[in-house]
Design a binder for this molecule. Structure first.
Ligand code: CAA
Length: 457
């Protein structure tokens, strides 16, 4: 099969407007710092009624194809991961086929994959599996993930966000998926789900969702470590895998504080499987060695000790990956890949060359995987890695160019989204000049629920 299948190019899209979390704290009458420090969120991007999951994905795919200048018939597979469902049958993928119309290319496998925030990762795995199979026809794959994360008024609302990421998948990639190394955990849980088909909002058991996430992280990391240690043993290396073997670590990010705790949790896993002579490495943790694992998820003293012990590691391995999440919020399926883009935008190709990036993907309900990318060694000017890194470097500038909206305006738009969700025979209100240039938007929903899109010049 082809070598080093992985990510060749990436594009990130987020809405052109945001609400400031400090403003939201005041507006919601909660204590100062609850969202900005407690959750670690500074801004939250949100979409007007003019944008839906189809328009988000149209925009991100179009931008990726324009930037890479690939011919449309060079794509043989297109996968979409999303949990923003506007039709129970018709896939977002079918809408994206509009973009391929002029090229005449209809020979494109792949449809949508849904399980909460995990659909993007399932799509990436599908694309890579196709490329390493007898069905691969030599063309590229596109993986698209996107979501509009909105919650009703209440304590989950500040953990919203919106965005989409498109990735070009092919062989000899600067970010290659490491073969044979996926640790997966799946179980039946009702932590976050969307049973109400007449509403955009999920049902959430916030506290349970955090425990489910951390338990899945423990399980996935354990099985990833077993797999890599087995590979090492076959190569004559006999030692435990630890966080030291990951130069960078990215996570699905429902809110940034959760990620800092998650990196700390990985350190706790390393500590628990270490022998007793590693106290200098894991300072302040010895008192917690004998705790039963199920008692560790809600232990505030352990939380504090872990955050302290892992702070340096967090700053080195993970903090840079949270830039987009901090400023834009949760993007569900695209969250993890937004973290990858943030990491690339905050490091040079030379910094990244030869490193291993660990990735944890979590989708409520639940499905989770721990896997890794190997970054290519060649960081020379014009190399695929250098090109990829340069293409993402404008991320902070693009985020800074968004329009700040007041909590009142944000709430009004959320109310409009409620009002227009699943309405027929309407043209969304709003000024298309508020969208970034080149953005696709919803122009009309006709009396048969058929959606028509246009592109802002
Ligand atoms: N200054 C500083 N910190 C403050 C503060 C203040 N004034 N006030 C509160 N805090 C801290 C709290 O101490 C708490 O931190 P710790 O957990 O470290 O103690 C933090 O802020 C949050 O406060 P609460 O626990 O009181 O928050 P809450 O109960 O109001 O809601 C939430 C938090 C449960 C995450 C809620 O926002 C929610 O349900 N969000 C959606 C679900 C979610 O994101 N789950 C995450 C895992 S599931 C997943 O990953 C899938 C997905 O994408 C949804």
């Amino acid at each position: 099969w082809p070598k080093d299948v992985g990510i060749l190019a990436m594009e990130v899209y987020f809405p052109a407007q945001y609400v400031d979390q400090t403003d939201l704290e005041k507006y919601n009458n909660v204590e100062a710092g609850k969202y900005t420090v407690g959750l670690g969120q500074t801004h939250m991007g949100f979409c007007s009624v003019q944008e839906d999951i189809n328009s988000l994905c149209l925009t991100v795919v179009q931008r990726l194809m324009e930037r890479t200048q690939l011919p449309w018939d060079a794509v043989g597979r297109l996968e979409v991961g999303t949990e923003t469902i506007i039709d129970k049958s018709k896939a977002v993928k079918t809408v994206l086929m509009e973009l391929f119309q002029d090229s005449g290319n209809t020979d494109i496998e792949g449809i949508d994959t849904t399980n909460a925030c995990y659909g993007g990762t399932a799509s990436l795995f599908n694309a890579a599996n196709w490329m390493e199979s007898s069905y691969w026809d030599g063309r590229y794959a596109l993986v698209v993930c996107g979501d509009i994360a909105v919650y009703p008024n209440g304590n989950a609302r500040p953990t919203g966000g919106a965005g989409a990421v498109a990735m070009l998948i092919g062989p000899k990639a600067p970010l290659a998926l490491e073969q044979g190394l996926r640790g997966t955990h799946m179980e039946n849980a009702y932590d976050f789900y969307k049973p109400n088909l007449a509403s955009e909002y999920p049902l959430v058991d916030g506290k349970l969702s955090i425990q489910c996430y951390l338990r899945a992280l423990d399980r996935c990391y354990t099985s990833y470590r077993q797999k890599i240690q087995k590979q090492w043993k076959q190569a004559g290396i006999d030692r435990p895998f630890t966080l030291d073997d990951l130069q960078y670590m990215i996570f699905h990010t429902p809110f940034c504080k959760m990620v800092q705790k998650s990196l700390a949790r990985l350190m706790f896993n390393d500590f628990r499987s270490s022998s007793g002579d590693t106290q200098a490495l894991y300072q302040g943790l010895e008192a917690f060695r004998e705790l039963k694992l199920e008692d560790t998820y809600t232990n505030k003293d352990l939380d504090k000790a872990l955050l302290k012990a892992s702070l340096d590691m967090f700053n080195k391995k993970t903090k840079a990956s949270l830039y987009l999440s901090t400023h834009n919020g949760n993007m569900y399926t695209s969250s993890l890949y937004g973290c990858l883009a943030s990491l690339l935008s905050h490091h040079s190709a030379q910094d990244l060359a030869g490193s291993r990036i660990g990735a944890f993907s979590y989708g409520s309900g639940l499905a989770a995987s721990f896997f890794s990318f190997r970054v290519s060694q060649d960081a020379s000017p014009g190399s695929p890695l250098d090109t990829l890194v340069n293409s993402i470097s404008d991320l902070p500038k693009r985020l800074a160019s968004r329009k700040r909206m007041s909590p009142e305006e944000f709430t009004e738009i959320m109310n409009q989204r409620e009002q227009f969700f699943h309405k027929v025979n309407f043209s969304p209100p709003g000024d298309t000049n508020n969208l970034f240039p080149g953005t696709w938007y919803l122009e009309r929903v006709d009396e048969m629920y058929r959606r028509k899109y246009a592109r802002r010049p």
